[in-house]
Design a binder for this molecule. Structure first.
Ligand code: CTP
Length: 405
């Protein structure tokens, strides 16, 4: 449950493909985020799933017939189209895509779509050869030109028995597209934001490395939130298991040195840089090309000593080469004297803001889905409560926008 879509009216269009059953889950998830969902089904969709399924989930009559006079006071297809904040058609068959790309209005769904003025998302799902057919591709290109956001079908084993592109993406991904489009105010349009996330791995030999427990979740949520708020986001990430947030450009790196190179070659163009990554401070001084054996070289002794050397402080470098008007936000991870040590980092690295977290507090720090941050600037100190990493990311961005004014 969340309130991310509270007060938002969503029109969910369902056309007749086998993936129609997944639309029920999409509907349920949107309702759980607080949306008021109305469903329009084509006649063919009713061969795969019933109108009652959606009615039970969104508590509104499912709309199927333009000439249904159950509510004579309203012209239903116009009323629903006018109140909608977003339209999502999932799954979209080749047939409904063809109708929309040619202005055909011969049923409730295609007729309503001519009347909507809000953002429109469409998720095609069909057999790979149908999807690749030039007629379908031309229709999809035309919808894009007319402002539709086309959610590309996934690849995999299809219900028709073939393998390839054409699968409806999982309901959670479709919901992420909806959230990306309407859950946030677009108050970062025109801003370029660089976010770093995740751990770095410092190799000792081809099988061993030094790293840390960062999952990358905080940095990925910051990138997702900034992108949803309209910013152009570049995410530079250490090894993580996380999916790239919608709309975000991503560069994967492994070591502190690679992160340094990637960040410094893109930093000049950025308006805001947020360094959420947990960068190694030290790396093995020597990297062996072959696996180090217990019985040889550095490992000869009972307990070998591994010589380390300092990595570059990327944030320190950015602070001393800051572009005019650029905003620099660092993270500070401490287990004691959080505020005092974080203030020292703010001064020493010439930062505009530090997001400080004490990893010893319950619900803060690595791997979890929540965090407890204190936002420290030269003249302010804001202690945030325990928040989901999504809410913490948005609170951090709010503070950055406040301080930039
Ligand atoms: N950082 C960096 N390059 C490094 C080390 C840290 O850019 N080689 C950045 C981190 O991404 C973070 C900030 O510096 O935004 C602070 O990291 P933290 O590990 O808390 O502090 P350090 O500066 O490494 O200092 P210490 O280890 O003494 O706490």
């Amino acid at each position: 449950m969340s309130s991310l879509l509270n007060g938002k009216h969503i029109l969910l269009g369902v056309s007749g493909g086998i993936a129609a059953y997944k639309a029920a889950d999409v509907c349920s998830k949107l309702v759980k985020h607080g949306a008021d969902v109305h469903v329009i089904m084509t006649e063919n969709a009713q061969n795969f799933i019933t109108t009652q399924t959606f009615e039970a989930l969104c508590h509104h009559r499912t709309l199927t017939d333009t000439f249904d006079r159950t509510n004579p006071a309203e012209v239903e297809h116009i009323a629903r189209a006018e109140e909608a904040d977003l339209v999502l058609i999932a799954p979209a068959t080749a047939n409904i895509i063809g109708k929309l790309a040619n202005g055909i209005a011969d049923d409730m769904l295609s007729t309503s779509m001519l009347a909507v003025t809000c953002p429109k998302l469409i998720a095609p799902a069909m057999n790979t050869h149908m999807w690749m057919n030039p007629a379908v591709q031309a229709n999809v290109a035309r919808l894009r030109e007319w402002g539709w956001t086309v959610i590309e079908p996934a690849s995999g084993h299809l219900a028709c028995g073939t393998t390839g592109a054409g699968k409806l993406p999982e309901p959670e991904i479709l919901v992420q597209h909806v959230l990306h489009t309407i859950a946030c105010p677009k108050d970062m349009c025109g801003m370029k934001v660089l976010v770093t996330a995740g751990p770095t791995c410092e190799d000792l030999d081809p099988v061993r490395f030094l790293s840390n427990r960062s999952s990358g979740k905080m940095g990925f949520q910051i990138a997702a939130a900034a992108s949803s708020r309209g910013a152009e986001v570049l995410l530079i990430s250490g090894p993580t298991a996380l999916d790239t947030p919608i709309g975000v450009k991503r560069i994967d790196i492994r070591s502190a040195r690679e992160m340094y190179d990637a960040v410094t070659s893109h930093s000049d163009q950025q308006d805001i840089i947020i360094k959420a990554a947990a960068v190694a401070d030290f790396r093995p001084a020597n990297v062996s090309e072959d696996k180090i054996k217990k019985s040889s070289g550095a490992m000869k002794q009972e307990a070998p000593v591994i010589p380390l050397e300092r990595t570059d402080d990327i944030l320190g470098h950015l602070g001393s080469h800051k572009k005019e008007g650029q905003f620099l936000c660092g993270f500070s991870m401490e287990t004691q004297n959080l505020i005092e040590n974080s203030r020292k980092k703010l001064e020493k690295k010439h930062l505009d803001l530090v997001a400080a977290n004490n990893v010893k507090i319950a619900g803060a720090g690595f791997q979890g889905d929540t965090n407890v941050l204190t936002l420290i600037s030269r003249n302010s100190e804001t202690e945030l409560p325990l928040l989901s990493k999504w809410d913490a990311a948005n609170a951090l961005l709010d503070e950055i926008l406040r301080l930039r004014h």
